[in-house]
Design a protein around this ligand. Structure first.
Ligand code: GTP
Ligand code: PEP
Length: 220
């Protein structure tokens, strides 16, 4: 990625993607996958999410917030920076700390399990959020958060149960764009089936193809 001139770079967003230790991630996919498959799929979805984020012209940097060296290395190979999470803090505390290390500008706290995300979707969401102090992209279930967008000092992340409601109740405006890939976070076997139907990115497609009991002939 070539460096943008400073004013343009300042107008673009910094994406933060939190990912927990791969051994513990995506436990709700547990019944249909082995532990190794779950880790491989989690990593592949992070890779597709990072790749899609970098393909958005409204993004100038991506940082993964993670204690996992494998995630940090794989995201680093795609150009992402690493903010180490040494444990002891919850997700929202570690996201707040990461956002504060980015001194100014727009932050997108983005889920890392968006295998169908496209760059144009993220560009459109960031454009819709531009006039707003704080904005939320509600996930496909209507209860969770795919993305929280705000200035770095003002992120106030409230991820977790019913986070869409808690972001809205704390002042974030829900964006209403038609962004199926941005909204489709994969936590359950049903979400995974929906992602396979929509068309996951290449890393996720490759991971699924290696799991012949799930299998996928779908790719973008
Ligand atoms: N760095 C970091 N990321 C976290 C932490 N807790 C959760 N996350 C990430 O935040 C996102 C939402 O977290 P969860 O829904 O709790 O976890 P998940 O791995 O997606 O799914 P489940 O294990 O099925 O709950 C996921 O990308 C997680 O990897 C944490 O303590 N530190
Ligand atoms: C933590 C959240 O995500 P998930 O859908 O992975 O539970 C959330 O939506 O706030």
């Amino acid at each position: 990625m070539s460096a943008a001139p400073a004013p343009l770079q300042a107008a673009r967003a910094h994406v933060l993607i939190a990912v927990k230790d791969l051994r513990h991630a995506k436990s709700r996919l547990g019944p249909s996958l082995t532990a190794d498959e779950r880790a491989a799929l989690t990593l592949a979805m992070v890779q597709d999410t990072v790749t899609a984020a970098f393909s958005s012209e409204a993004v100038h940097a991506v940082t993964v917030v993670t204690p996992d060296a494998v995630v940090a290395a794989a995201a680093g190979a795609l150009g992402a920076a690493h903010f180490p999470d040494r444990g002891g803090d919850d997700l929202n505390a570690v996201l707040t700390a990461a956002a504060r290390t980015v001194l100014s500008g727009r932050i997108v706290a983005l889920q890392g399990d968006l295998p169908c995300l496209s760059g144009p979707e993220l560009t459109a969401a960031l454009a819709a959020a531009r006039p707003l102090r704080r904005a939320v992209v509600v996930d496909h279930h209507g209860t969770g958060t795919s993305a929280l967008i705000a200035e770095s000092h003002d992120l106030d992340p409230r991820f977790g149960l019913d986070s869409a409601r808690r972001h809205i109740d704390s002042g974030a405006t829900a964006l209403d764009g038609d962004w199926p890939g941005l909204r489709l976070d994969v936590d359950t076997p049903g979400d995974l089936a929906a992602a396979i139907a929509l068309g996951p990115g290449p890393a996720t497609t490759r991971a699924l193809l290696s799991m012949d009991h799930i299998g996928s002939s779908h790719s973008r």
